[in-house]
Design a protein around this ligand. Structure first.
Ligand code: B4P
Length: 195
């Protein structure tokens, strides 16, 4: 990446992968190293549900079913979040984009700001391991039938983003079926930053 993701210069990075691949786990390590905020749309939506806000009331049942929240609502949420002052040196997006329409929205947001993505890290993990991890995690939406539905939706709506970002020369593939620290070091290596 020719130092584009070096902490001194900031970075704009997307974490892509199936539900339970460990995006949230890795986002914390990466964001700290790169000196940019980790923006998890899943965490933002869960916080809205917990707070009982208007947004939370609109997304609660959608999330509980394993479906995706509407693209235009997510566009509002993300546009507002990446305009906050803490993103001046970039950000790490965890869980956005999740559809081709969301990828186009993000491209528009970046374009409007005269910015570009540095890399898309695609974390892959076999399906049985994803289900095992989610059942261990035991979040409210981690019931087996909901996990299977999230995986179905992932294959239908999110997997096409792999090709989308590969065509744009941004995709870096990371084996997520390894110990957490190994995954982190592989991500650092693919971004050309020292751990
Ligand atoms: P998210 O919050 O994004 O949830 P996730 O994809 O299930 O989790 P993640 O991949 O971050 O895994 P984690 O680190 O926790 O989304 C939840 C819901 O929000 C969606 O279903 C959707 O409804 C909605 N939503 C969010 N963004 C949206 C968008 N853009 N558009 C529309 N709707 C949206 O790791 C999982 C578990 O594995 C953890 O328990 C962890 O300890 C373990 N683990 C991690 N790495 C490991 C490793 N290397 N080895 C072993 N275990 C590991």
């Amino acid at each position: 990446m020719g130092g584009a993701a070096e902490a001194s210069q900031g970075a704009r990075i997307v974490l892509l992968g199936p539900p339970g691949a460990g995006k949230g786990t890795q986002a914390q390590h990466l964001a700290e190293r790169l000196g940019v905020p980790a923006i998890s749309t899943g965490d933002m939506l869960r916080a809205a549900v917990a707070a009982g806000s208007g947004l939370g009331r609109r997304v609660d049942s959608v999330m509980a079913s394993g479906a995706l929240v509407d693209d235009s609502l997510m566009a509002e949420v993300v546009r507002e979040r990446v305009a906050q002052p803490d993103t001046i040196r970039g950000y790490l997006l965890d869980g956005y984009p999740r559809t081709l329409s969301q990828a186009e929205t993000l491209a528009g947001i970046l374009d409007d700001a005269g910015q570009a993505l540095d890399a898309v890290l695609f974390v892959d993990v076999p399906e049985d391991e994803l289900v095992r991890r989610a059942l261990l995690r035991g979040r409210g939406d981690d019931k087996e039938e909901v996990i299977r539905e999230r995986l179905r939706v992932y294959r239908e709506k999110t997997e096409p983003l792999i090709g989308y970002y590969r065509e744009r020369g941004l995709l870096r593939e990371i084996d997520g079926n390894r110990p957490v620290e190994d995954v982190t070091s592989r991500m650092f290596a693919s971004l050309g930053v020292a751990g």
